[in-house]
Design a protein. Sequence first.
Length: 117
Amino acid sequence: QVQLVESGGGLVQPGGSLRLSCTASGFTFAIYHMSWYHQAPGKERELVAGISVTHNTNYADSVKGRFTISRRNVENTLYLQMTNLKPEDTAVYYCKAFTDNDSHNYWGQGTQVTVSS
């Protein structure tokens, strides 16, 4: 069956770095666009970064210059390198796989990122 499994979250001090991973199975990873979202307590889920099947990327303004999204199709894995982390980055981070027009989409279960001193 389809699975997206996030990992790499944890507790980090402000200014620190983390690398999140999302490993996919049960579908053809290379033909799906991929995104990272986050959801803080009491807030709606928001797009953090996206990468298309042609490796075009986009970022939320709040993370530009600090986060880098990438994918390795041979490993069926999506990454999010996060640097210079801020307390406001604290959230559950989810990966999403989707086709054009979002006609098919899959979500992972999320991984917690906490930025605190």
